[in-house]
Ligand binder design. Structure first.
Ligand code: C5P
Length: 324
């Protein structure tokens, strides 16, 4: 069972006050773009099938041993973009997703997962969340559960704030932690270049830095709301208007934690990007282009300027996790 799942970029990420549970209430305008990870799920013949670089995990057990019965575990392998940075133990969000789904369904977790990555790891494009969402869809089908999407969305929300959107896809406003989604009407298609950085940023650290900055400057944190200009630009497919109102409250914190990103953003603007911002908690930078050709030109220019590890193009909106 193979599921394809998109990356996201945040068109508006407005971070409200820190809540008692440590999370922040958000207005998060998510936009799914055509940069896809692929998760394939097989019934697991048992720990013997675990290849090199894989791991076998059961609930409460770090790695399954030779005495486990066949089909008693989750095994995972990862290929592609920065695959070596992805954990292969129980901290892998796709593994957590398989275990959570099995628990909900009251069955043993019996699956071998292969994740093919194109979405940057720890890049602010919700790659780990995407893999978790894809795993929910793949295992639901593989195990013949047929759970309604609303139930998958509920499990997704417990796994992480961005996981529900990877199921939902398209363009949506996320509130609460970002997990409560309302679809946003969009006309046409928007074209993007993404500058991928060396290494990643921890989402929790970037939020922490954002809190510290706000405290240091005494900034009054307003209750966030979705920008009318942004929603209007999306509704009519006006890339120029959209580019002018892209915003990300986490950007100052990401720029402090990863100073070279300021140059990356400047280089994109100098090459005519309609809008330039850090994607989510970074360090990937997103550039809105005038057209598909312009996105390619931008990506080439960003690479040539030496302000990123590599640059890719994508367009959105695209659907959420779906079986291929
Ligand atoms: O939900 P998720 O596990 O993806 O969140 C990762 C981290 O990002 C959280 O531990 C928290 O520090 C931060 N976060 C937050 N407010 C949100 C979403 C995430 O503070 N709405």
């Amino acid at each position: 069972m193979t599921v394809r799942v998109p990356a996201k970029v945040n068109l508006q990420l407005s971070v409200g006050p820190r809540r008692d549970d440590g999370y922040h209430d958000l207005v998060n305008v998510f936009h799914a773009v055509s940069l896809f990870d692929e998760v394939t799920a097989w019934r697991n013949p048992g720990p013997a099938a675990t290849g090199s670089g894989g791991a076998a995990i059961e609930p409460g057990i770090a790695a399954s041993g030779a005495d486990d019965p066949p089909g008693a575990s989750v095994t995972v392998t990862v290929e592609g973009e920065s695959a070596d940075l992805v954990p292969l133990d129980g901290t892998n969000l796709a593994v957590k997703a398989a275990l959570a789904l099995a628990e909900r369904a009251g069955r043993r977790p019996d699956v071998r997962l292969r994740i093919r990555k194109a979405i940057p790891v720890a890049g602010g494009m919700a790659g780990g969340s995407a893999d978790a969402a894809a795993t929910l869809v793949a295992c639901d089908a593989l195990w013949g559960l047929g759970l309604p999407r609303e139930e998958l969305m509920e499990i997704a929300g417990d796994l992480g704030s961005d996981v529900p959107f990877a199921l939902f896809g398209g363009t949506a406003v996320g509130t609460g932690r970002g997990e409560k989604l309302t679809r946003v009407p969009v006309a046409g298609r928007f074209h993007w270049a993404f500058a991928l950085a060396e290494g990643g940023l921890s989402t929790a650290e970037v939020y922490g830095e954002c809190d510290r900055l706000r405290e240091a400057t005494g900034e009054q944190v307003a209750w966030p709301s979705a920008s009318d200009e942004l929603l209007a630009a999306l509704a009519v497919g006006d890339a120029k208007a959209l580019g002018a109102v892209l915003s990300n409250d986490l950007q100052p914190a990401a720029l402090l934690l990863c100073r070279p990103l300021a140059r990356t953003l400047t280089a994109g603007r100098e090459h005519g990007a309609l809008g330039a911002l850090v994607s989510g908690s970074g360090p990937t930078c997103a550039f809105l282009a005038e057209s598909e050709d312009h996105a390619t030109t931008l990506a080439t220019a960003l690479e040539a300027a030496g302000v990123c590890r590599t640059a890719v193009t994508a367009s959105g909106p695209v659907p959420g996790a779906e079986i291929v």
